[in-house]
Design a protein around this ligand. Structure first.
Ligand code: ZN
Ligand code: ZN
Length: 733
């Protein structure tokens, strides 16, 4: 029998589709696409009665599969092609984080790109910096807030907290130009190079990474720099070198909206920059992606998913604030962008730079093991010492004030001084609303959400009770729903109440509140921070939003209320997070020329996380915490996996969890299995929840465990019970 010649065989493609389970499905490539279709291309395929989009993984001439009728690829988007190195990273991620290739691709490529959003002409807004005409007060504020470099219309609206209509008015007045992309390219950007002299430490950091760049080494670096030590200048100088060499730079940030200064500095220094943020229209998003893929962008600034920007020749990856939890995605694909950045850099043979003032214990451990090279910035170039925080014991304070005190006298005294001196203060409390608990003084009943095991938070302004987990809200009841007595009382302190109390206790103090509630009401952080920056209030009260990367030169006092609150959470990272939060916030005070003061209030003032943060003793904290992690078998000394079962029927969830638990135990082979048992939040968004935590000796043995689970048949959805696998989990409740 003669074998058919290869050229006579049909062209077959394996296509990854956004569905759980299989990595790819087999399709025939129409001969019209032969030669043009390549791996990484986005295609449309029939799937049952539906049309779906997917990505070509492999393409070759081979015998068609038997046993089913092979169907044809029906459409092709020639402008959406993932570069091979990105496809390789995504394949690695899908395998490691245990989802299908199609699911990972759907998480990595923005929906408007996959769905072929119609190209939209990018409209750019450019400030006429020489403008000297008169504007209304409001127009002037918008003009002041606009970045100096031309920016996308949607971004300009976001940054300046304004609308297209207002910008059009400014254009009529000659204060800005609104043009399409092509025209703006012809407007020469003034070179606005930063001409700061480097400190010796910055120079050493730059030279060391530059050596790895020149040698093409895939070395991870940990840039450990105290707040205000000039990490950004190191990033930008290295980026300039990479761009000059014809390669591209990826700069990941935990949150774009909260770091406007950094985005502005990047834009001022480089011309071909894309700042990816959530305010983009679909068309803009799709266009940005295509420009990056076409090599028309040198530097991308974005949050975790920007790691998947389709650069043709990535040369350097920078992960700023690498300790931030927002790098972990909490839905499929459940990747950690910092960890994947390390893998990606290894695959590409390029350096990766992790920056932080308070590095994660994982990164410190990796550095101590010699896997990461540490670059230290111990000094602040503009001078100014880190303020020495004052730790206030609230037990003593309550005793001295002879009542349940919520704000200490030290903080109030210093707020009065701030007010008198015309300076500014920030007070942080990581809990929004008026009071986190509403309960009945007659029968003890506590108001809780009907969809979650969570007590409802009272919001006085809205006169509502809200669930902070699922968003359910209702009017504040006048009577107890259990005993009908009018004896409901509120307990505990949230930002709303704190802001009111501060304004009442300090005469004349104007207070601005920044938390998820006020941000929603007043359209964005940008507007609130801008108002504070321009002196609209003496004091900013907020949740941890105010802890991130903000730089207000007039702030000379920072207060942290209930600093030990996070320590009681059922989470092995609770101490690490508390340490990082206090240390980061402490670094916010006194960044200008005036010295700063930090007042930290807590009941448990002996907690090492607090003590070490206020005493500036990071090494003591890290040593002690690493010892505990090792002793109890937690990362970085273990690989963790969390299984979470959820469903509407409590009985079925329990049944399936226990049944799956038997399989997990059977293949444990040395791994420790905690559970299955009800999750700390056992009922959430109308779903009952059970979980199990697997502790393995390392990330490698954790993967081997998951391979054994797969070999034993895997864990399948049964009886309406969903099972989620979270590799290297950050949420454990
Ligand atoms: Zn009652
Ligand atoms: Zn709820």
């Amino acid at each position: 029998m003669n074998l058919p010649r290869v050229s006579d065989l049909p062209l077959i493609a394996d296509v990854a589709i956004d569905l759980p389970g299989r990595d790819s499905y087999t399709y025939r490539v129409p001969e019209t696409l032969a030669g043009t279709l390549k791996p990484g291309d986005c295609v449309g395929v029939p799937f049952g009665p539906r049309r779906l989009r997917g990505f070509v993984i492999t393409i070759e001439r081979r015998e068609p599969p038997t046993g089913f009728t092979i169907r044809d690829i029906v459409s092709h988007q020639p402008e959406v092609r993932l570069p091979p190195h990105l496809l390789r990273l995504i394949a690695w991620g899908a395998r490691y984080y245990r989802c299908s290739l199609g699911e990972f691709l759907a998480g990595a490529v923005p929906a408007p790109v996959r769905e072929g959003a119609a190209p939209e002409r990018l409209v750019l807004v450019a400030k006429v910096t020489s403008f000297s005409g008169t504007l209304s007060k409001r127009q002037q504020a918008v003009w002041n807030a606009l970045p100096d470099a031309p920016t996308l219309l949607s971004e300009a609206c976001r940054v300046a907290a304004t609308t297209r209509a207002t910008l059009d008015k400014l254009a009529e007045a000659g204060a800005v130009t609104i043009t399409d992309d092509q025209q703006v390219r012809e407007i020469r950007l003034e070179a606005r190079q930063e001409r700061h002299a480097h400190t010796d430490e910055q120079q050493v950091a730059i030279d060391t990474v530059a050596q790895a760049l020149d040698a093409g080494r895939s070395q991870p670096f940990l840039l450990h720099g105290v707040t205000g030590s000039g990490k950004t200048l190191v990033y930008l100088d290295l980026a300039a070198r990479v761009i000059a060499a014809g390669k591209q730079v990826l700069l990941l940030l935990p949150e774009i909206a909260l770091t406007p200064q950094l985005a502005a500095r990047v834009r001022n220094r480089f011309e071909r920059v894309a700042v990816l943020h959530s305010g983009f229209t679909d068309g803009e998003r799709a266009d940005q992606w295509r420009k990056v893929a076409a090599g028309q962008i040198d530097l991308v600034v974005g949050t975790r998913s920007a790691l998947f920007a389709p650069f043709p020749r990535p040369g350097l990856i920078i992960v700023d604030e690498e300790h931030e939890q927002s790098y972990k995605q909490e839905s499929v694909p459940r990747y950690h962008a910092r960890d994947l950045a390390i893998v990606y850099a290894g695959q590409l043979g390029i350096p990766v730079l992790l920056g932080s003032a308070t590095p994660s214990l994982e990164s410190v451990h990796n550095a101590r093991q010699g896997r990461y090279r540490v670059l230290s910035l111990k000094n602040r170039p503009l001078g100014g010492k880190l303020p020495a925080p004052i730790l206030i014991d609230m037990r003593e304070e309550c005793h001295a004030q002879k009542r349940t005190a919520t704000i200490c006298r030290e903080l109030l005294t210093r707020l009065k001084q701030v007010k008198e001196n015309g300076e500014q203060a920030i007070v942080l409390l990581n809990r929004r609303g008026w009071s986190p608990v509403v309960s009945c003084q007659s029968c003890g009943h506590t108001l809780s959400c009907t969809s979650c095991d969570i007590s409802l938070t009272y919001h006085r302004g809205a006169e509502k009770v809200k669930c902070h987990y699922c968003g359910t809200e209702g009017p504040m009841p006048r009577k107890c729903p259990a005993c009908s007595q009018p004896t409901l009382s509120t307990f505990g302190l949230g930002t709303e109440q704190l802001a009111t109390q501060l304004a009442a206790e300090v005469p004349g103090l104007s207070v601005l509140r920044v938390d998820a509630d006020t941000v929603a009401e007043r359209q964005g952080h940008a507007k609130l921070f801008q108002a504070f920056s321009s002196g609209a209030a003496d004091c900013l009260v907020g949740t941890q939003m105010v802890a991130k990367g903000l730089d207000f030169p007039r702030v000379t006092l920072v207060g942290i209320v209930a600093a030990d609150r996070g320590l009681s959470l059922p989470d092995f990272r609770a101490a690490e997070r508390t340490f990082q939060l206090v240390a980061q916030v402490a670094g916010r005070a006194g960044r200008g020329e005036r010295p700063g003061t930090v007042v930290v209030q807590a009941f448990d003032t002996e907690a090492p996380a607090l003590r070490c943060a206020v005493d500036h003793m990071p090494k003591t904290f890290v040593d002690a915490e690493l010892k505990l992690r090792e002793q109890y078998g937690y990362p970085p000394y273990a690989g963790l996996i969390r299984f979470l079962w959820s469903g509407e029927s409590a009985a079925n969830v329990q049944l399936v969890a226990l049944k799956h638990g038997e399989l997990l135990t059977r293949v444990a082979d040395g791994c420790v299995i905690l559970g299955p048992n009800p999750a700390a939040v056992a009922f959430l968004k109308d779903q009952h929840r059970w979980h199990a935590l697997i502790k393995a000796g390392s990330r490698g043995t954790a993967q081997a465990f998951l391979d054994r689970v797969d070999a034993a048949g895997g864990l399948k959805k049964e009886k309406g019970v969903h099972v989620a696998i979270d590799v290297d989990p950050y949420q454990t409740s």
